[in-house]
Design a protein around this ligand. Sequence first.
Ligand SMILES: Nc1ccn([C@@H]2O[C@H](COP(=O)(O)O)[C@@H](O)[C@H]2O)c(=O)n1
Ligand SMILES: C[C@@]1(CO)OP(=O)(O)OP(=O)(O)OC[C@H]1O
Length: 162
Amino acid sequence: MRVGFGYDVHQLVEDRKLIIGGIEIPFEKGLLGHSDADVLIHAIMDSILGALALGDIGKHFPDTDMKYKDISSIYLLSQVFKLINEEGYDIGNIDATIVAQRPKLAPYIEDMRARIADTLHTPIDNINIKATTTEWLGFVGREEGISSYSVCLLQKKIIDMR
Ligand SMILES: Nc1ccn([C@@H]2O[C@H](COP(=O)(O)O)[C@@H](O)[C@H]2O)c(=O)n1
Ligand SMILES: C[C@@]1(CO)OP(=O)(O)OP(=O)(O)OC[C@H]1O
């Protein structure tokens, strides 16, 4: 078994879509980034890459490469899934937290879990997503940005020798 940790932050700005966990969320601001800036998926990818000892998302998908401009982070997660496979692992479980003062994310959490589980070819009960505010403290509380944390457990694939 291998454990990994991921963390990411993106700035909230006007005239951008808000995409978190692969779900578009109606809100007056969105997250700024080279990609679609899906802060939750970025933290999850970093936790997986951490468990595989394969560096981080900046190493695999550099923000200097125009190939990744406005790219869907769910697509990038599907590429990270290929690495999990190649290295001979399966998802054990993922537990992640989105830190956002607003909007209220609870109505979207089940759709996020389903999208992530589908992309990682794992049952939905291996994926847990939580949301919390910072009680109006700090950059999150001032609605300047949203952050996410993720931990991931990977298990060696079970090979049936019969
Ligand atoms: N953006 C958010 C933040 C929180 N929630 C939900 O509200 C609960 C209470 O949050 P606190 O920060 O006051 O502890 C939290 O457990 C989430 O269920 C949310 O939906 N969206
Ligand atoms: C995902 C990538 C690549 O498009 O871009 P961003 O959306 O800027 O995200 P960030 O978490 O800053 O860094 C990783 C980048 O490689």
